[in-house]
Design a protein around this ligand. Structure first.
Ligand SMILES: Cc1cc2nc3c(=O)[nH]c(=O)nc-3n(C[C@H](O)[C@H](O)[C@H](O)COP(=O)(O)O)c2cc1C
Length: 291
């Protein structure tokens, strides 16, 4: 028997128990099904769908992606099939997999969030009162289903936003989204994206997001899912050290669609029973020494 069977990687996120702390991030893993021939979905802690809206959306003009040093810019424009098509066409197939499916939802008004969540059985996020309104309404619409709130990194005090979401019933917080950014070509006087600006992701953002996870950890007690530039098992453990219970993997899946599965293997090796170190210990030690 390999140590893989002996290492317990399960994590508890509110009422939800995940097989391990590695999830594929929203927008980089389609609706999961597109990756099913490449990745053993049942081995992941879970994955997060592309953002779902009330109506289908076509998204932004091409080019939508552009490489930058140590990262990339995207301006996909929230293209998606719409929540009804997701429920009718994708969800029935996804149910045959034994992995957590997290539906990422977005809207432009409070009612959008409520309707999308109701059909399923959150960039509204820069003002704590607005966050409390949206998350409070989402909480009611989600009834007893776990509700994770993904925070925008573009705020002055992320701790305030995190507390507002926790206060009205979020089960967990995902920290964080991409950072508004630009890449241009001065010769052609054009943006390198079809839209003028986009969102920066990848290893370039890891140190910035790592600090946000740390700030959120100090502000709330609910579990945190860290994401931003996770590529290696060291990245996973850095996020765990500053307070995350799990991580998501986004941009790294473009270079290697199987990276999440590889990270599960690498974690198993790093956390081998002989080394007697658990995710909780890594987090507790860091927090105790730097709290
Ligand atoms: C092409 C692309 C599309 C994305 N679409 C979404 C989306 O629909 N909803 C969302 O919440 N985040 C979306 N994101 C953000 C990612 O989920 C993640 O928060 C961000 O990329 C940071 O993680 P990373 O550095 O590991 O990529 C998208 C990211 C990329 C690169």
């Amino acid at each position: 028997m390999t140590s893989a069977a002996a290492v317990d990687l399960t994590v508890q996120i509110g009422a939800l128990r995940l097989r391990n702390p590695i999830l594929a991030a929203s927008g980089t893993f389609g609706y999961g099904l597109e990756f099913a021939h490449l990745v053993d979905l049942n081995r992941l802690g879970g994955f997060v769908t592309k953002g779902l809206s009330r109506e289908p959306m076509e998204g932004a003009p091409a080019p939508r992606l552009c490489e930058t040093p140590s990262g990339m810019l995207n301006a996909v424009g929230l293209q998606n099939v719409g929540v009804r098509a997701f429920v009718a066409e994708k969800l029935p197939v996804l149910r045959s997999f034994d992995t957590a499916v997290v539906a990422n939802v977005f809207g432009y008004a409070l009612e959008d969030y409520v309707e999308v969540i109701q059909v399923l059985g959150v960039q509204f996020g820069t003002d704590p009162r607005m966050v409390a309104d949206v998350v409070g309404a989402a909480r009611k619409a989600a009834v007893k289903r776990p509700l994770w709130v993904k925070l925008s990194p573009l705020v002055t005090d992320i701790g305030l936003i995190a507390r507002a979401a926790e206060g009205v019933g979020a089960d967990a917080l995902t920290v964080a989204n991409t950072y508004p950014a630009m890449a241009v070509d001065f010769r052609t006087r054009k943006s390198r994206l079809g839209s003028l600006t986009g969102g920066l992701s990848g290893s370039a953002i890891k140190p910035i997001t790592l600090r946000l996870v740390w700030e959120v950890r100090k502000a709330v007690r609910i579990p945190i899912i860290g994401l931003g530039g996770v590529e290696t098992v060291e990245d996973v453990l850095d996020y765990v050290a500053v307070g995350a219970s799990a991580v998501q993997v986004g941009t790294a899946s473009f270079a290697d669609p199987r990276v999440s599965e590889r990270l599960v293997d690498a974690l198993t090796t790093v956390l081998e029973p002989a080394k007697a170190c658990t995710l909780n210990e890594i987090r507790d030690r860091f927090l105790t020494e730097n709290g």
